[in-house]
Design a protein around this ligand. Structure first.
Ligand SMILES: Cc1cc2nc3c(=O)[nH]c(=O)nc-3n(C[C@H](O)[C@H](O)[C@H](O)COP(=O)(O)OP(=O)(O)OC[C@H]3O[C@@H](n4cnc5c(N)ncnc54)[C@H](O)[C@@H]3O)c2cc1C
Length: 331
């Protein structure tokens, strides 16, 4: 989640102290979407400047094995893969800078983004690839078992839990989808639901109810995880805060969070249309936002697929859209 509040770039005293630099193509974010946009933009001579943000390399740097990215038949670790992305972007002249965008101003002809240290970049085109952050419950054990049984992505990690018992936490559409996906791989899937109902759509609920190896644990909350060298079980509290409150030990090897993501779009919301969660809206089949010359790619505009390969694909689309925009407007 973005920790920065939108700032008003036009507020008098603020702008006076800022250093302004003009660039042709500004890319914000160093995940698969940002670096792929950079590769295409650099090869199209847009001279991209890419700001990495705090998480250099993006979400994949927090994972070990990536087995589903095409081109790596033996798999690859997330950090090494993202170093490869960066090298390829730099090979064609992308200027990679460490820094975080803290505010935007897309009100005028030039698109302006302010970075820490009072630096303002004025760009002919901006590609936003700031990703989305998975929500966690906030229990200490999630960090302790990160990469050792805890995951926020069933599509990414489900394969590692084939034939095992796992739990999915959540009651919405994502949780229902992740549970049914995992049910096709795992022996048993426990869907841990805080309330006595699912928020998921009727269609998704029907799929869950009709899947024989999904068991719903109604009115349960996960409070801890245990295990020697990885998750061996979860401690749940049933009917928390009621007279019937009860502590339950659940033997599982995988603990999947499916309680939503926060798109890192806060600083752009004043100018860009987003959905109710905050995902930047793009014109279908393109990366175009409602502001001409501003494009969005990757997880910050995709609440459905959220994969490295789809993020990379949309980064390519964004760079091509940006190049066409520039040639049509003869900038
Ligand atoms: C633990 C884990 C394992 C995963 N495993 C897989 C897998 O095996 N296969 C797969 O396909 N997908 C996997 N994914 C999903 C995949 O990582 C994402 O779909 C993908 O990284 C999205 O790419 P992105 O470029 O849109 O954003 P991200 O990778 O999220 O990158 C966002 C970038 O934006 C930067 N940023 C954010 N805010 C700012 C700001 N204000 N200013 C400047 N920069 C900013 C960040 O520093 C970061 O560099 C996994 C995700 C996680 C969390």
């Amino acid at each position: 989640m973005s920790i920065f509040k939108p700032l008003d770039l036009n507020s008098g005293s603020d702008t006076k102290t800022k250093e302004v630099e003009h660039v042709r193509c500004l890319i914000i974010g160093s995940g698969p979407a940002g670096y792929t946009a950079a590769i295409y933009a650099a090869r199209a001579n847009l001279k991209p400047v890419l700001y990495t943000g705090l998480e250099m390399g993006g979400q994949l740097t927090t994972t070990t094995e990536v087995e589903n990215y095409p081109g790596y038949p033996d798999g690859i670790t997330g950090p090494v893969m993202m170093e490869d992305f960066q090298k390829q972007a730099e090979r064609f002249g992308t200027e990679v800078r460490f820094g975080t965008a803290v505010a935007s101003d897309f009100s005028g002809e030039k698109r302006r983004v302010i970075f820490e240290e009072n630096k303002v970049i004025e760009a002919d085109v901006v590609i936003i690839a700031t990703g989305a952050t998975a929500k966690y419950l906030g229990i200490e054990a999630e960090k302790r078992y990160s990469g050792m049984g805890v995951s926020a992505c069933a599509t990414c990690d489900g394969f590692f839990y084939r034939g095992k018992d796992v739990a999915v936490v959540g009651g919405g559409d994502t949780a229902a989808e992740e549970a049914t996906y995992l049910a096709g791989l795992c022996n048993k899937v426990y869907l841990v639901v805080r309330r006595d109902l699912l928020r998921a759509s009727k269609a998704m609920q029907t799929r869950v109810f009709n899947t024989t190896n999904i068991e719903i644990l109604w009115e349960h909350q996960a409070v801890d995880l245990y295990g020697e060298n990885g998750v061996e079980g979860a401690t749940l509290v049933k009917k928390k805060g009621t007279p019937e409150e009860e502590t339950v030990k659940l033997k599982i090897e995988g603990f999947f969070l499916a309680i939503g993501h926060t798109p890192n779009s806060d600083i752009f919301k004043k100018y860009l249309e987003t959905d109710e969660v905050g995902y930047i809206k793009t014109k279908p089949g393109t990366s175009k936002t409602n502001v001409p010359g501003v494009f969005a790619a990757g997880d910050v505009q995709d609440h459905i697929y959220r994969q490295a390969v789809t993020a990379a694909g949309s980064g390519c689309i964004a760079a091509m859209d940006a190049e066409r925009y520039l040639s049509e407007s003869k900038k």
